[in-house]
Ligand binder design. Structure first.
Ligand code: DGL
Length: 282
């Protein structure tokens, strides 16, 4: 029964695709449903109540596919609404903050950890709270980077201007002589090389997509693998607004990587689109 059910992944926009791609690589036989709520990105500039409402609407959309697990591939939603989402469904739910914080705590030697995240995640002290439990001696240095999500959604991640913006946001954390850096927003994965260059090779950048996919594999040991089912290996990417940047990102992360069973489909959230109904009854 579980073998037939997809893995559902969602984010406000294109950032979560990096997590979906890592899951795709690690679990090639699984059916993955991804939802990007591009029409309403960025979430971080909204009130926590509105972020929670939008996240629940995304959840509702994904639950129609009867997933075996829901992965919140968004730090902002994980920080604001993970517990609420867990209460709304019997399906196991996982966020990105816990696996990322665990990996950072395991990696640091000096206990000086940097967190670059959306202002919403920084304000809620989501990572500070995790580190207080995991590594109470840790010193956490955070900065919000509000321009980075819109840059990714515009498809503008390369060149001098994005690099200068990355340097600007990195600067207060760079001064603190950290040895481990959390990119606490899945969109920032697209600036990974810029951040690594700014901080230097001696600073470990936690790989959120990888550690989240690893954690999912650990949890999925509870379930049989989906190999042999009709939708095995299929990635369905739904987006509330499909634009060129989405297509380019999917080309780079999925098609160029050789994942041929990938389709992009428009989504209406909260209304369930016909495509989802058809997929359910197929
Ligand atoms: N990828 C989301 C995150 O990890 C972006 C949040 C936003 O939409 O502002 O936080």
């Amino acid at each position: 029964m579980n073998a037939e059910r997809p893995i559902a992944v969602f984010d406000s926009g294109l950032g979560g695709l990096t997590v979906a791609a890592a899951i795709r690589t690690m679990l090639p036989q699984e059916h993955i449903i991804f939802l990007a709520d591009r029409a309403r990105v960025p979430y971080a500039s909204l009130s926590p109540a509105l972020i929670a409402r939008f996240a629940l609407e995304c959840l509702e959309f994904l639950l129609e596919f009867q997933p075996k697990v829901v992965v919140i591939a968004c730090n902002t939603v994980s920080a604001v609404a993970l517990e609420l989402i867990e209460k709304k469904t019997a399906v196991p739910v996982m966020g990105v903050i816990q696996p990322t914080a665990r990996a950072a705590a395991a990696s640091t030697k000096s206990g000086r950890i940097g967190v670059l995240a959306t202002t919403s995640t920084v304000k809620r002290k989501a990572y500070d709270l995790e580190f207080a439990e995991l590594l109470p001696t840790a010193q956490v240095f955070s900065n919000g980077c509000p321009l980075l999500v819109p840059l990714v959604e515009e498809g503008w991640t390369e060149g001098e201007i994005p690099q200068r913006i990355v340097e600007h946001y990195a600067e207060p954390v760079l001064r603190e002589k950290i040895d481990t850096l959390v990119l606490g927003c899945t969109h920032y994965e697209y600036f990974r090389d810029h951040f690594q260059r700014v901080f230097g090779a001696h600073v470990h950048l936690v790989n959120t997509p990888l550690v989240t996919a690893n954690e999912l594999c650990r949890r999925l040991e509870l379930f049989p693998a989906s190999s042999g089912t009709p939708k095995a290996g299929l990635t369905q990417i739904f987006s509330t607004d499909v634009n060129d940047a989405l297509i380019r990102v999917v080309d780079g992360l999925f098609f160029a990587a050789g994942f041929t069973h990938t389709v992009i489909e428009p989504a209406q959230v909260p209304r369930l689109p016909e495509a989802a109904r058809a997929a359910l009854s197929a």
